[in-house]
Structure formats: structure tokens, C-alpha cells
Design a binder for this molecule. Structure first.
Ligand code: 5IU
Length: 250
């Protein structure tokens, strides 16, 4: 059973990063700690999903490199929806190279992530200096993964957290447990209808991640975008997530 200890309310967190502050403001305004992962492969599906779930999420997480017909016009359209519905754009690029290569991957190529993303994910395996290249963005550092057999054991998590906590552009971490008081915590692997897939993913409920791990933001992919009614289901995750967050405060 999840530990019944109090957590620091979102509005009392000492958040340094401007993007972290924006995300928390949106969360408090919308009463949502939900990030939808839009792992669809066409821009039409993605824009439709953004319209449907936009009111219920604080951010939309993207893997732009899986989109068949990516273009900067698509990004312009997505930015309009994000502005209208008030959510951030979160590119889950999982950078994992030396600083110079990451800088090229972040700024150049087809996706030009640095020109539009509010937040990005990065591994910290290349060390603190490799993260310096991510400017004008909130970096979410991966310190632990959700999949079965991941190499992110306690030793790795401790070392990764040291890197994350010493890099000023890091606003949060991805983990499956409460790891830091200062950084925002993001937890993927959340689904209310299944416990995993046949490719190693492992799922928890919103209740488990909010009350057990004291995560700040839960990330839901297939649970929403593969459902028959993404808008309705996003609303359901939003209310489950927020209720579990409120329950963990008292
Ligand atoms: N994601 C994980 N686990 C992790 C990390 C990222 O699932 O440890 I780091 C991503 C992968 C996918 C989304 O884009 O979060 C989860 O999608 P599903 O809810 O469909 O499993």
C-alpha cells in the first residue's frame, strides 16, 4: 500500500526554473497533473488528439521522429492549439550523446526542437556539461525508467540525480519513485486498464504514482490515445490524478 505521508503542495514547491513555474501555474489553474503522450504517427492524428485532450492536460508529450509527415507548418498549428488550450509542448527526445552532438540534434536537422519545444527529456549519461547545450527550454532528466529490466538501479539513480541537481537548466526528473525535493517529478507508465504490454512496459495507476511516489505529473500514452474517446478518457485521468494528488496532501 502507498505510504500515507504528507507531501509538499505544488504551490509551496520552491521551483527555480521558469518553465517549471509555468507548468505548475497551469496545473493549479486547470486542476490537472496529466501529461498526455501523443505517440501517433501522422500530423492529422496528432492535431486531432491535441484538440481533444488539450483542455485536460498541462503538457503534450511528443516523439516528433515517429511522425511520417512532420513539418514546421504542423508545429505552427500545434503551437496555436497549445496557446489556445494552455498546455506546454514536451519533446521526449531522450538525448544521450556528448554535448556537441546533442546541440546539433537539438537545434538542427528536420525537427529543430530548440525552436519550438517548451520542455525536452535528456539522459544524463554523458555528464553535467553535456546538458549545457539545451538553452531556452526546461530539461527533464531521466534518472529511472519504467520498463522491466531497466539498468537504472539505485546506484545509477543516485549518480544521475547528482548530475540533474547540479545542472541549472534541469527543471525535473523522470522516475518511478520520489527522488528529489527540489525538482519536479514526472512519471510515465500509467494506465488504468492494463498492467503492462508485451514489450517490457510496466504500468501503475494514477493512485499509486500520486499517493505512493508523490509524483507531480503523470504521463499517459496508450491509455488515452488508443481509447475510443480520448477526450472523455483524458478527463477521467485528469480527475483521478487530481483527486489522488489532493488525497496525498492530507
Ligand atoms: N516513457 C516510458 N517510460 C520511461 C520513459 C519514457 O514509458 O521510463 I524515460 C515514455 C514512452 C512513451 C510514454 O512515449 O512514456 C508511455 O506510453 P504508454 O503510456 O503508451 O506506455
Amino acid at each position: 500500500a502507498p505510504p500515507e505521508v504528507k507531501r509538499v503542495p505544488l504551490e509551496q514547491k520552491q521551483i527555480q526554473h521558469p518553465v517549471g513555474k509555468r507548468l505548475v501555474d497551469i496545473a493549479l489553474k486547470k486542476k490537472s497533473n496529466l501529461i498526455a503522450s501523443a505517440d501517433v504517427i501522422t500530423t492529422a492524428e496528432l492535431l486531432k488528439l491535441a484538440e481533444e485532450v488539450g483542455d485536460h492536460v498541462v503538457a503534450l508529450k511528443l516523439h516528433t521522429d515517429i511522425i511520417k509527415d512532420f513539418s514546421m507548418d504542423f508545429i505552427e498549428n500545434l503551437k496555436k492549439i497549445a496557446k489556445e488550450k494552455d498546455f506546454l509542448l514536451f519533446e521526449d527526445r531522450k538525448f544521450a550523446d556528448i554535448g556537441n552532438t546533442q546541440e546539433l540534434q537539438y537545434k538542427e536537422g528536420i525537427y529543430k526542437i530548440g525552436s519550438w519545444a517548451d520542455m525536452i527529456t535528456s539522459h544524463v549519461i554523458a555528464g553535467e556539461e553535456s546538458l549545457k547545450v539545451f538553452d531556452n527550454v526546461g530539461v527533464v532528466a531521466i534518472v529511472e525508467m519504467s520498463s522491466k529490466g531497466t539498468l537504472t538501479d539505485d546506484y545509477y539513480i543516485g549518480k544521475a540525480l547528482n548530475v540533474a541537481e547540479s545542472a541549472p537548466n534541469v527543471m525535473g526528473v523522470v522516475a518511478q519513485r520520489k527522488v528529489s525535493d527540489d525538482l519536479l517529478l514526472f512519471t510515465p507508465g500509467v494506465n488504468i486498464s492494463t498492467s503492462g504490454d508485451n514489450k517490457g512496459q510496466q504500468y501503475n495507476t494514477p493512485e499509486r504514482v500520486m499517493r505512493g511516489y508523490h509524483t507531480d505529473f503523470m504521463i499517459v500514452g496508450r491509455g488515452i490515445y488508443q481509447s475510443a474517446n480520448p477526450k472523455e478518457v483524458a478527463q477521467e485521468y485528469q480527475s483521478l490524478g487530481w483527486a489522488a494528488y489532493e488525497a496525498s496532501l492530507s
